[in-house]
Write a protein that binds this ligand. Structure first.
Ligand SMILES: [Zn+2]
Length: 329
């Protein structure tokens, strides 16, 4: 299923395939939760299908489709984060993976059609991997299509970006996003609040509307308020969050700070009362301070899986949050 806001992009890709004008490399870019992966997978399936339907989607029945669905199509390569020896996912796509891909793409398609490569998340390629991919992008073999998927395309080298045709997943209008959330069974009040917190990203909003996540979000917002009004201690909260899902909570903190800094730039009032109270408490804070807090929070999110103790990272983030508003008494 293609998200409704990606339908125009799909029609355009479909038209280019029919005219045999599809470029060798595409970069499907946009925020997480926007349905980019579904689009990339549908495109890969379509390219390996011998009898696509009128709207350009894979038929699901031909040999190519059956092999694609089983994950055993010889002309489909999926490059993604691999598991390390200890079972955890690597944080990078390695140069060996890209070399393996290039070797694969240099062969003739085994089923006589095209070779399709999905690289996802493309921004996780390390420098050597990106350099290796660049060589392949510079000398594309015929009958190959590379589909790069990225939530953070700015992290990709400009040389890679410039060699890919970009397919942007942009946020739909608010009414379109509300209609989509309604189709997912989210009530309009919940949808309005979630969409506000998600800054217009419907995929993120639908996640936030799930009762469990909404509960955590409200807990984080009220905790941040208690910290600003000195009704809670950073050390206590850090300890509590270490025992829960600290990454999820830090992601919420980062989004809160981002929304508050946008409000400095004139964005409208928030529909979540908890967020509105935070906005009032921080309405004298400089944009530059909010920006610094946002960067610090994101650094802590990246460091969470590393050797530093999570509790210390949380204390640092929460202290910086408290310092946004000076103690009044
Ligand atoms: Zn098919």
């Amino acid at each position: 299923m293609i998200a409704p806001w990606l339908e125009a992009a799909w029609h355009s890709l479909d038209a280019r395939i029919r005219q045999a004008r599809l470029p060798h490399a595409l970069l499907v870019a946009g925020a997480a939760g926007m349905g980019k992966r579904d689009l990339a997978q549908a495109l890969a399936a379509r390219l390996l299908c011998t009898a696509p339907d009128a709207a350009g989607f894979a038929c699901g029945r031909c040999r190519g489709c059956v092999l694609s669905a089983a994950g055993s199509h010889p002309d489909r390569v999926h490059v993604t984060l691999e598991a390390r020896d200890d079972g955890k996912l690597r944080s990078e796509i390695t140069v060996e993976q890209i070399r393996g891909l290039s070797q694969h793409l240099s062969m003739t398609p085994q089923l006589g059609g095209v070779q399709v490569a999905l690289i996802d998340p493309a921004d996780a390629m390390n420098v050597s991997a990106a350099n290796a991919l660049l060589k392949t992008l510079e000398e594309p073999s015929s009958n190959t299509v590379m589909i790069l998927v990225s939530d953070q395309p700015s992290r990709l080298p400009a040389t890679i970006r410039s060699r890919c045709q970009r397919v942007d997943a942009r946020f739909p209008s608010r009414p379109a996003a509300m209609a989509w959330l309604d189709s997912k069974g989210v009530t309009s009040t919940d949808a309005a609040r979630a969409l506000d917190f998600a800054a217009g990203n419907p995929g993120y909003a639908v996640e936030l509307a799930a009762p469990a996540r909404r509960g955590v979000l409200v807990e984080v917002l009220t905790t941040l308020e208690a910290l600003l009004t000195r009704k809670a201690q950073t050390a206590d909260i850090a300890l509590r969050w270490t025992r829960e899902d600290a990454g999820e909570r830090l992601a919420f903190v980062a989004q809160v700070v981002r929304l508050l800094s946008w409000r400095r730039l004139g964005a409208r009032a928030h529909q979540m009362p908890e967020l509105d109270r935070l906005a009032r408490l921080t309405d004298q804070v400089d944009f530059s301070k909010l920006w610094a807090a946002w960067e610090r929070t994101n650094r802590a999110r990246q460091d969470l899986g590393g050797p530093l103790r999570g509790e210390l990272l949380l204390v640092e983030v929460l202290r910086a949050w408290c310092e946004l508003v000076p103690r009044t008494a």
